[in-house]
Design a protein. Sequence first.
Length: 76
Amino acid sequence: MTTSDWNKILKQLKNKPVVMAKFLKHCRPKKRSTGITMKKCERCGRFGAHIKSYGLNLCRHCFREIATEIGFTKYS
């Protein structure tokens, strides 16, 4: 189930509080503490090629776009 599906279901269940409580009890996605879902680009939301050095939390694509703005220089 994707995030958009999850939000759509919650929107439909807002009018039915008893059904929603039961749904949340049994079908809520579990909180993640490790894994790929915890390492996400703060700018675009991509999971792969993550740069977390210096507290950046960006994917490599976003890093290349804004590297000069945040003070990194290319040497080669």
